[in-house]
Design a protein around this ligand. Structure first.
Ligand SMILES: CC(C)(COP(=O)(O)OP(=O)(O)OC[C@H]1O[C@@H](n2cnc3c(N)ncnc32)[C@H](O)[C@@H]1OP(=O)(O)O)[C@@H](O)C(=O)NCCC(=O)NCCS
Length: 152
């Protein structure tokens, strides 16, 4: 199991304002930024709406800039969602992504959320394999969206 490759434990805690730079850099490094989404606005919206679902994973062995994982989770009263899950590529395949998702799931269960949904690009087969390892499966549904507030 991936845990055997670990050097240090992951401490998962809530995001705080001083984490913003590290979180944006991590999303950039994980290729999660898109021109139509302003990540600063995404952070501010999450903090304003439900900061209790905004998690960072920090390694035990370093100081403030040691954030290697992020996830944003939320419950809309029907389904739970997770967005912006990222683990630093230098720390992949050590079980940290799984640990972040287990934390997200425990958070959503604590809110009595019955099901979690998430979106992955169909071309992103590695990430799909990751979620399948965690028990996720493809829903018979097409994902639709409509922008309500442009970020530019
Ligand atoms: C997807 C991601 C979070 C996985 O993080 P990770 O810490 O490397 O994953 P883990 O080590 O916890 O892996 C858990 C299991 O999934 C498997 N897995 C992880 N990445 C995989 C990949 N690319 N292909 C196949 N299997 C993979 C692991 O082998 C492990 O399996 P095991 O339980 O049999 O050991 C990370 O690769 C990432 O941040 N990717 C870029 C950002 C991204 O696309 N995020 C998702 C947005 S929807």
């Amino acid at each position: 199991m991936t845990q055997s490759k670990r050097q240090t434990a992951l401490n998962i805690r809530l995001f705080k304002a001083s984490d913003q730079e590290a979180v944006l850099a991590l999303w950039q490094r994980c290729d999660l930024l898109r021109p139509w989404n302003d990540p600063v606005k995404d952070v501010l919206r999450k903090v304003a709406d439900s900061p209790d679902g905004f998690f960072v994973g920090q390694l035990d062995d370093a100081t403030d800039d040691n954030i290697i994982a992020v996830a944003m989770a939320g419950y809309d009263g029907h389904r739970g969602w997770v967005n912006y899950l990222a683990v630093d590529p230098d720390h992949n395949r050590r079980g940290y992504g799984k640990e972040m998702m287990e934390h997200v799931e425990a958070y959503l269960v604590s809110l009595h959320c019955p099901k979690i949904n998430l979106q992955v690009r169909s071309s992103n087969t590695g990430v799909i394999r990751f979620y399948e390892r965690l028990g996720y499966s493809e829903d018979a549904a097409v994902s639709l969206g409509k922008r309500l507030i442009p970020d530019d």
